[in-house]
Design a protein around this ligand. Structure first.
Ligand SMILES: Cc1cc2nc3c(=O)[nH]c(=O)nc-3n(C[C@H](O)[C@H](O)[C@H](O)COP(=O)(O)O)c2cc1C
Length: 489
C-alpha cells in the first residue's frame, strides 16, 4: 500500500463537475487551509476537463494561466499542437460558437488524447501552485473512455489523490500502478452493460512523453454500500490498493447511487431511500481503510459527529459550489444563494434526467433546464458525448456509442429503446452552460442545469442578506470554527 499519512484531511472539498471545482477553487481551498492551519484538501473535477480547457483557450485564456501550465508540459511539441488547435487571441466573439472537440471513441484518437492529457495536466499544475498542500482530482467511473489519458495527464502534474465514484472503480488502482512505472495500461469499458476482455481500451504513455517514472497517487473510491467497499478492498489486495473511501449518501450534490429498493418514488417523483441504503460504519471501519462521510455534512457539529463515528472526516460540495471561487456561473450562484437565504430553494432528485441512469439532483430554477418550457424548447443534440453508452450492433461489429439524450430518432436508429429517451437531459451541454462555457447555437446560448445537495443550512452562517457573497476561506473558517470539532480533531 502506498498510503501517505500526510494526506489525512479532516475536510475534503469535493470534486464538482463540470467545471465547478476548477483550479481557482482548489487553490483557494489549499491556500486558506495553510493560512488557517486546518486539515483540508481541495479536489479538482477532471470530468470533461478536456473540452472545458478547449473552450477556455477559445475565450483567449483570460489571465494567461493555462499558457504557463502548457509551457510546463513535458512534451512541448504536443502542448503547442493542442494550444494552436484551440487558442484564440483575445477570445472568440460572444455570439460565435465554440469549435467542437472530438469525441472519445473506443480506439483513442491522437488529437483527443493529447487534448485530454494536456488539460488534466494543466488543471492539476495550476491547482498546485503557491502552496504545499496535497490536491485530489475527481472522475466519474461511468465516463470510462477518457480515463486513461485523464489519469495520465493528472499524474504527469503530480496529482496526490484520485477520487472516483459513480460505478465500480476497481480498475483504477492498477492503472495508477502501471503509469507510475511508465508502463502501458488498459481499461475495460462496459459494452451493452458487460465488461468483457475484448472491450479493453489501451494507452501507451511512451507515445506521448518520455517520462518513465511518476508518483503513484493515493486512490479513494466513492461508495454507497458496505458491499462495494468490501469488494474494492478485497480485489485490490495485491496491487496498489484503495487508500480511502468516501461514503456518499443521497443528500449529496451531483449524481447519487440509486436506492436498493427499485421503483419506489415519493409524490415529487424522487427515488425513495430507506434503511437498506445506510452504510454500517462499524463494519466499514473493520476494513481498516480511512473513510470520509459525504452528503449534508457541511456543519461543524456534524463533522465532529462523523469523527466520533470513526470517520477521518467529511467531504463537502455544496458549500464550496456557492463560494466566490467556484466555477458556477455568477448569475446562477446569485439566484441560488438568494433563494437559499430566503428559505425558498428547491432541489429535486431526478431519477430520469441523467443519461447515466443514476439519480441526479437538480436545482429548480427559472430559465434553466429544470423549467419544463426551457426543456421542451431545447433541440436535442449530442456533440460533447461524455455520457454516451457503448454498444455493439452485432457480434462482428465494432464498439459504437449512443446517448439517450441525443435526438430520439438517432438513438432508436442506433438500437436504443424509445422509452429510455424520455425526460433525459443533455448534462454535457447544460452543465457546460452552468460553468459559463455554454455553446452558442443559432445565436442562442445553451440553457444551464445546476446541481446541488439537499442541505444548505450553512448559508445563514456565511452571509447576512440574500445578496451576500462568501469566499472559500469564509466557508473553511465556518467548518472548522467549532469547539466540539476542535476537541474531536
Ligand atoms: C455542483 C456539484 C457538482 C458535483 N459534481 C460531482 C462530480 O462530478 N463527481 C463526484 O464524484 N461528485 C460530485 N459532486 C458531489 C460532491 O463531490 C460531494 O460529495 C457532495 O457535494 C457532498 O454533499 P454536500 O453537497 O451536501 O456537501 C458534486 C456536488 C455538487 C454540489
Amino acid at each position: 500500500m502506498n498510503s501517505n499519512p500526510e494526506l489525512k484531511a479532516v475536510v475534503i472539498q469535493g470534486g464538482m463537475g463540470v467545471g465547478v471545482s476548477r483550479y481557482p477553487l482548489t487553490r483557494a481551498v489549499s491556500l486558506a487551509g495553510e493560512k488557517l492551519g486546518v486539515p483540508i484538501m481541495g479536489t479538482l473535477s477532471g470530468t470533461g476537463i478536456g473540452p472545458v480547457v478547449a473552450r477556455i483557450l477559445q475565450n483567449g485564456d483570460p489571465g494567461g494561466h493555462y499558457q504557463r501550465a502548457f509551457e510546463a508540459f513535458p512534451n512541448q511539441k504536443m502542448a503547442e499542437h493542442v494550444w494552436n488547435t484551440y487558442y484564440i487571441e483575445g477570445g472568440k466573439a460572444a455570439d460565435k460558437s465554440y469549435k467542437p472537440t472530438p469525441m472519445v471513441n473506443f480506439v483513442l484518437g491522437q488529437n483527443v488524447a493529447e487534448l485530454i492529457i494536456c488539460a488534466n495536466f494543466a488543471e492539476v499544475w495550476l491547482g498546485k501552485q503557491d502552496h504545499n498542500r496535497p490536491i485530489a482530482i475527481n472522475y466519474l467511473e461511468k465516463i470510462q473512455t477518457p480515463h486513461l489519458p485523464e489519469l495520465y495527464g493528472a499524474m504527469l502534474a503530480g496529482v496526490d489523490v484520485v477520487i472516483m465514484g459513480a460505478g465500480i472503480p476497481d480498475q483504477v488502482p492498477g492503472v495508477l500502478d502501471k503509469f507510475s512505472r511508465g508502463q502501458p495500461a488498459s481499461y475495460l469499458i462496459d459494452v451493452d452493460g458487460k465488461r468483457l476482455p475484448e472491450n479493453a481500451m489501451i494507452f501507451n504513455p511512451s507515445v506521448y512523453t518520455h517520462v518513465t517514472q511518476l508518483k503513484r497517487p493515493d486512490f479513494y473510491a466513492i461508495v454507497a454500500s458496505n458491499v462495494l467497499a468490501k469488494v474494492l478492498k478485497v480485489r485490490q489486495k495485491n496491487i496498489g490498493g484503495v487508500n480511502g473511501f468516501i461514503v456518499e449518501n443521497s443528500k449529496a450534490g451531483g449524481h447519487n447511487a440509486p436506492p436498493r429498493e427499485k421503483n419506489q418514488f415519493n409524490k415529487r417523483g424522487e427515488p425513495v431511500y430507506g434503511p437498506k441504503d445506510e452504510v454500517n460504519l462499524k463494519e466499514l471501519a473493520n476494513l481498516n481503510v480511512p473513510f470520509w462521510l459525504a452528503g449534508a455534512y457541511a456543519d461543524p457539529q456534524k463533522i465532529a459527529e462523523a469523527i466520533v463515528a470513526g470517520a477521518s472526516g467529511i467531504q463537502a460540495g455544496s458549500i464550496f459550489a456557492l463560494c466566490e471561487e467556484s466555477g458556477l456561473r455568477d448569475d446562477l450562484k446569485r439566484s441560488i444563494i438568494k433563494l437559499a437565504f430566503e428559505g425558498k430553494l428547491d432541489v429535486i432528485s431526478d431519477p430520469r434526467c441523467s443519461p447515466s441512469g443514476f439519480p441526479f439532483n437538480v436545482v429548480q430554477l427559472s430559465d434553466t433546464i429544470s423549467d419544463p418550457k426551457v426543456y421542451g424548447a431545447r433541440l436535442r443534440i449530442c456533440d460533447i458525448g461524455y455520457l454516451r453508452q457503448a454498444y455493439r450492433e452485432n457480434d462482428e461489429g465494432g464498439v459504437r456509442f449512443h446517448c439517450p439524450a441525443e435526438p430520439v430518432k438517432t438513438y432508436t436508429k442506433r438500437g436504443g429503446r424509445i422509452e429510455d429517451t424520455e425526460g433525459r437531459v443533455c448534462l454535457c451541454n447544460n452543465l457546460f452552460a452552468a460553468a459559463g462555457l455554454g455553446q452558442i447555437r443559432n445565436g442562442e446560448l445553451e440553457p444551464a442545469i445546476v446541481t446541488l445537495g439537499h442541505d444548505w443550512g450553512f448559508i445563514r452562517y456565511l452571509i447576512t442578506n440574500g445578496n451576500g457573497r462568501y469566499t472559500a476561506e469564509n466557508a473553511i473558517t465556518y467548518l472548522f470554527g467549532n469547539q466540539a470539532l476542535k476537541a474531536a480533531v
